[in-house]
Design a protein around this ligand. Sequence first.
Ligand SMILES: [Zn+2]
Length: 163
Amino acid sequence: MSRRVLIDGLAFGREGGSLQGEVPLAALTRLADLLLDSTACLTYRVEGGMGSGDRAQLLLQVGGVLTLCCQRCLEPLAYALELRSLLEFVASDSDLTQEDLEDDSRDFLPAEKELDVLALVEDEILLALPTVPRHDDCALPGAAGESTKESPFSVLAGLKGRA
Ligand SMILES: [Zn+2]
């Protein structure tokens, strides 16, 4: 159902290309596994340009709302995605200087003639998501009201009595 969007990364950067579109979450299969609801769409925008050292760059922006699963209460968690990544093409890893590697403002990609834009969008989202998504304020399921059954102090007292 989903179509691939392929660009020549180097040419896209050199020519200052730009493209934007929508991608249904259901088409991003690796991401969909992490979502409680994948009926929505994300919008993306890619702009090409040239960076320092004459390297082609892509500025990737992705926006939308993802429904993650809170790892504490297991209820849906609406996560507003506002991704902005600067990616720079290099011929090979050996082209990277120490300075490049220490620079957190951008990431590097191998130069490809056929760069799959939606796969890149999905990669970048997966990197940007919190590893353990949680509501700011929620409780473990069933934690409320049941915690009074046996306090840790009474367990301790029981152990002492046995010693
Ligand atoms: Zn929660």
